[in-house]
Design a protein around this ligand. Structure first.
Ligand code: SF4
Length: 267
């Protein structure tokens, strides 16, 4: 889908509707909230509607211009996708990438941040393909925060989180492939939290069942034409939800979604 930004007016109207359904928003489905020069205006709208906000960012361009927005009291947590360093086409050294993030964390600490800051390392795999990169990141964090995070222990114990400092954590997960209709078929049966714990709204207003449907393959409706309430009451939504409850994947995208398999019960 082409890049687009939802207007502040539309966002305000949407927050008003969303507070009937949720207490929390996550400002991202692929899009990075730090590209917005007026991020604080969006945060203030969510704050006005008593909605808490989760920010996820590659932090490729984080600088002092973002600081005011990033200490907005409506923020519940900030996730820095550290493993995105390898996926992006910038030419920064690892230090050039990490130093501005660490500078911001220092600023947040000086301002007694109450939200969580997570450094996401979502690249663990059995082949340890990102081990060299991860070790460099751990060395830098150990030096900065006087921690003793050990790369071998992380691969051996596969922790979900490791505490770095007050309200600051490493958050670990495995690599995953984005669901796509061109992917190989995975399964017709299974469960997912899409349309249960969350759903997504793309910048063009398309409503999707989860935060991975970046191209609106499962387009449930559009907020520019219908209310959220009506979209969530639709037959297609009910079919997907009933399917998940009965362990049936109704939609083709879900049948080709490898990410979902992490919710399968292990024997
Ligand atoms: S199965 Fe995959 S595509 Fe379907 S709702 Fe869940 S995460 Fe989204």
């Amino acid at each position: 889908m082409p890049n687009a930004t939802m207007s502040l007016e539309k966002f305000d109207e949407l927050n008003l509707q969303l507070k009937e359904h949720t207490k929390e928003l996550a400002y991202h489905i692929v899009g990075d909230p730090l590209v917005l020069s007026n991020l604080n205006d969006y945060l203030n709208i969510s704050k006005k509607h008593n909605l808490k906000v989760n920010i996820t960012t590659t932090a490729n361009n984080i600088n002092q211009k973002h600081y005011k927005a990033l200490i907005n009291e409506t923020i519940k947590q900030i996730n820095f996708s550290i493993n995105s360093y390898n996926a992006n086409s910038h030419k920064k050294s690892l230090d050039e990438y990490l130093d501005p993030i660490l500078a911001f964390i220092k600023y947040a600490q000086e301002n007694n941040h109450e939200y969580f800051i997570n450094l996401r390392i979502w690249n663990l795999d059995d082949n340890k393909s990102a081990k060299v990169f991860n070790e460099k990141v751990f060395n830098k964090i150990n030096k900065t925060f006087n921690t003793q995070i050990n790369i071998d222990e992380v691969y051996k114990n596969r922790p979900k989180n490791i505490r770095i400092d007050r309200k600051i954590f490493f958050n670990f997960d495995e690599y995953f492939n984005w669901p796509n209709l061109k992917n190989d078929f995975v399964s017709k049966n299974g469960f997912c939290y899409g349309l249960d714990s969350h759903f997504g709204i793309l910048s063009d207003g398309s409503v999707v069942p989860c935060c991975l449907d970046q191209n609106a393959c499962i387009n449930l409706g559009n907020i520019n034409k219908q209310s959220i309430k009506d979209i969530l009451r639709s037959k297609r939504v009910k079919n997907i939800q009933d399917g998940f409850r009965k362990n049936i994947l109704v939609e083709e995208l879900c049948q080709k979604c490898e990410y979902r398999t992490r919710f399968d019960k292990k024997d």
